[in-house]
Write a protein that binds this ligand. Structure first.
Ligand code: ATP
Ligand code: MG
Length: 140
């Protein structure tokens, strides 16, 4: 089994959709092996999204991600990284509604910033991002 890091972002938590999203995660065969409900500080959000520093959308992304509490979830499944990105759908929720209307970002997100959820995009980022929230998880 592979692990990946998911976040239920402030928009979806504020809209009361966290439970629905977790139900969908589990009914799609993922196990939620760790769960944390937290509000990121500005420094933590900047650190988490360091790869995007300098991009035009970075300040907006940081202010969105610190605007309210989130859920960080460590998910486990065979092929978890790509399976979770597939379940989330395209980054931009507006585009997701056109291309993949059954995806979580199509259903629960709004636009290209407020897009309801996050998923690690590679083995390396999954490791980094899981350890960011869950330093006690051991990797093979
Ligand atoms: P995530 O990393 O959250 O799973 P992603 O990998 O699909 O999403 P990234 O390119 O890593 O997308 O962007 C990280 C986040 O930054 C996006 O989820 C979104 O909230 C925001 N974002 C990305 N691109 C834009 C953009 N062009 N304009 C505004 N916000 C954006
Ligand atoms: Mg990304």
């Amino acid at each position: 089994n592979e692990v990946t890091l998911a976040m239920i972002k402030p928009d979806a938590v504020a809209a009361g959709k966290a439970r629905d999203i977790m139900n969908s995660i589990e009914s799609n065969g993922f196990h939620i092996i760790q769960k944390k409900y937290i509000q990121l500080t500005e420094a933590e959000a900047k650190d988490f999204y360091a790869e995007h520093e300098g991009k035009k959308f970075f300040p907006k992304l940081v202010s969105f991600m610190t605007s309210g509490p989130i859920y960080a979830l460590c998910l486990s499944k065979v092929g978890a990284i790509s399976a979770w990105r597939a379940l989330m759908g395209p980054t931009n929720s507006t585009e997701a509604r056109e291309i993949k209307p059954t995806s979580l970002r199509a259903i629960y997100g709004t636009d290209n910033t407020k897009n309801a959820c996050h998923g690690s995009d590679s083995t390396l980022s999954a490791r980094r991002e899981v350890l960011f929230y869950f330093p006690d998880i051991s990797f093979p």
